[in-house]
Write a protein that binds this ligand. Sequence first.
Ligand code: B12
Length: 305
Amino acid sequence: MNSSSSLCSSASLSSSPFLSFPLFNTSQQQQNQWKEFTRLLSNQLYSRGFDLVKAFPAQRYNAKILSNISPLPTYKRNSTLAFVIANTKHLWSYFLRNLYNQSQMHHNPWNNNPLDLYTKQSVAESVNEVLGIIDQRDVKCDIRHAFEMEKSRFVAFQLLAHESGLAYYNRTCGLNVHEIAGPWIGLRSVVTLDLEGPSISDTTIPLENPYPEGDSLLKAKLFSILHQKNFTSSNKEKEKSTANGISRDWYQWVELRDLASGFMTEEAQIKWRYSEEQLEYHYTKNLSRLQEVVNMSKNDDKTHS
Ligand code: B12
């Protein structure tokens, strides 16, 4: 099968603007396999709404975690190929369309956490597609998601996103901040494969804080949110809390993200900030509201089929 030509056509339909890798060079096949894999995987994921993908050696994360956190598998290699997968607001329309299509097919997508399920399916499908294209279906593969809390599967995603070079982890506000999309990103999954990863010289030098001058403001805002929360968490307030323990005054977490966007141009802030409905679902996980949004977008978008 001439897989590269069939892939090129799908890549040109929906290729990630964040891709910055050079094209595959056959004379350096072994060393560059991870670059080709990155290109293929990025395109698969982009067409499902996940537009941030970064390759890194799994060892890089393993070297930084605390001893009580499970390392990523390394398959006895010195550099093991791993990918961190995240999204900007790009995900939202793909996710809504998937929900709509599922409900049209009389599947019930409204159980548990539909975004977690969509992520799980999309990442597994994308990885399988790529392994099929490069004819390496038997390669060992481990996929973990940000929502997995079981000890053996848990990943400290903020540290991972930082160490992989995807987005700076600003501990002052507890957010990873991407150099282009700012704090408007969601960290989703990590894929580790029994393949040669990038060499240390191929990987990003430690990321720098894109907005150090904002730290004092962010620190004050976080303090005010946590302080206010502690002092207003009466039983009545707690009753008003959502299932994930976040009080209905969730908008202050949005304000924290707005503050962390202070280094972006006004145009970039408008471009990358989540829409109001995406924000509401992200912070409340309100399924009936999500159902309304899906129904509304169905009426707005005649391309659903
Ligand atoms: C546990 C957890 C929480 C707990 C934190 C409990 C605690 N403080 O002990 C709760 C449920 C409260 C929570 C809430 C939120 N979280 Co949270 N959370 C996680 C989770 C699952 C694990 C974090 C962890 O233990 N890391 C390991 C330790 C060793 O590393 P650490 O760097 O010291 O981790 C600390 C911080 O991550 C902090 N924390 C967790 N979330 C957030 C968010 C903010 C804004 C702040 C200030 C701190 C903070 O709690 C950790 C333990 O002290 C991660 C996903 C993951 N698997 O990494 C998401 C994650 C860190 N959370 C995230 C977010 C956005 C939030 C929320 C703002 C709302 C939301 N869910 O969208 C809220 C509100 C923040 C708050 N502090 O109340 C995002 C951050 C994205 C980014 N761009 O950086 C993550 C990566 C999830 C994701 N899929 O993107 N979270």
